[in-house]
Design a protein around this ligand. Structure first.
Ligand code: PMP
Length: 341
């Protein structure tokens, strides 16, 4: 708080990246390894995906795939959609997002707030069906004049931006002391790019943090509650669509974390560290804490925390939701005490 200046930007997009690194103080064992977190929710669109969204758009502008009067199209209701909607607004593009019909109203409202157009389509149809989210997004991109499909799962600009920015930031912020990187895997962009850089410059050990049943860590692909990371088989269609941008040779190891452990860690981060983060951040920190218990005190562990807890208040931070699912125990404790008088 001593610094009375701050960065000055020509555009909100200049605020993407260069996120703070924060040391965990209270939920780590005394005298053990250092655990630091990369606060990716401090990006202006609220998540790590701002980096990929901006990089994909800038690359498409340069290659000519996205023309000045072009239309940005993607099949996602998640953080990539929000990032792309923000970039579209700031750079004056129209944007269209195809989303599954079960998407929460909050997510639709976020995209709409940035001026994006939203098209809902059935979430439970096979990949061959023209209404499938990815199929429909591709069709709209093809049939809309100036349409450009961002394609975060196949677009090399996604991992590349982490190799150019997230990795070097972590290396610089730890003054080259980082020994372990922990990150979740959605598209695999974060772990592939950041891991690639940190392995190259410092031989850093890369650990994937994955929901217990996710296919990335060798699970059976059955559903889990932590959102936006891991890989599951579509419950009705059995769809299995492995992302091209994920380099599976990068993680040295994958820690499998059950929903309950991720969510208890999320609650502890809020209450004991003052860090309000999302479920995949809980998965990453749970894996980092496991690691800290097994490495010596000289390890310097950095976990990437992708988004904020604010959009999950009615889930991960709701006692009723947690109790119904059996995740609330003495470790988390009730948040609200009703006093009836
Ligand atoms: N956590 C959250 C909350 C996310 O939205 C994403 C992106 N889907 C990830 C983790 C994983 O990031 P990546 O796509 O770079 O693997």
């Amino acid at each position: 708080m001593g610094d009375v200046s701050g960065p000055v930007f020509d555009s909100v997009l200049d605020g993407v990246g260069a996120t703070p690194l924060v040391r965990l103080r209270r939920i780590v064992p005394d005298g053990g390894a250092e655990v630091w977190v990369k606060t990716e929710w401090t990006n202006p669109g609220g998540s790590v995906k701002d980096r990929a969204a901006l990089a994909m758009v800038l690359e498409a502008e340069q290659s000519g795939a996205l023309r000045p009067d072009g239309v940005i199209v993607e099949g996602t209701s998640g953080n990539t959609g929000i990032g792309l909607a923000m970039v579209a607004a700031a750079r004056g593009y129209r944007s269209i997002f195809v989303i599954p019909d079960r998407t929460t109203t909050e997510k639709v409202s976020l995209l709409r707030a940035y001026g994006a157009e939203v098209i809902k389509t059935p979430g439970l149809v096979p990949l061959e069906d023209p209404r499938h989210v990815k199929k429909l997004a591709a069709t709209i991109a093809r049939d809309t004049p100036g349409g450009w499909l961002a394609d975060q799962y196949g677009n090399a600009a996604n991992p590349d931006v982490h190799e150019r920015t997230t990795g070097p930031e972590i290396w610089g912020q730890t003054a080259g002391r980082v020994t372990h990187l922990v990150a979740g895997i959605g598209t695999g962009g974060t772990i592939t790019g950041t891991g690639r850089y940190l392995k190259r410059v410092g031989g850093v050990t890369v650990i994937g943090a994955d929901p217990e049943t996710s296919r990335y860590g060798g699970g059976d692909g059955s559903p889990y509650y932590v959102e936006a990371v891991g890989h599951y088989l579509h419950p009705l269609t059995g769809e299995d669509d492995w992302p091209a941008v994920y380099d599976t040779s990068l993680p040295d190891r994958i820690e499998r974390i059950a929903d309950g452990e991720s969510l208890r860690t999320v609650r502890r981060l809020a209450r004991e560290e003052g860090l309000l983060v999302g479920g995949s951040a809980g998965t990453a920190v749970a894996a980092a804490l496991r690691l800290a218990a097994s490495t010596g005190p000289d390890a310097v562990i950095v976990a990437v925390l992708p988004d904020s807890g604010r959009i999950y208040l009615s889930k991960y931070f709701d006692d009723g939701w947690l109790t119904t699912l059996g995740f609330l125990d003495a470790g988390t404790g009730p948040l609200v005490r009703d006093v009836l008088g």
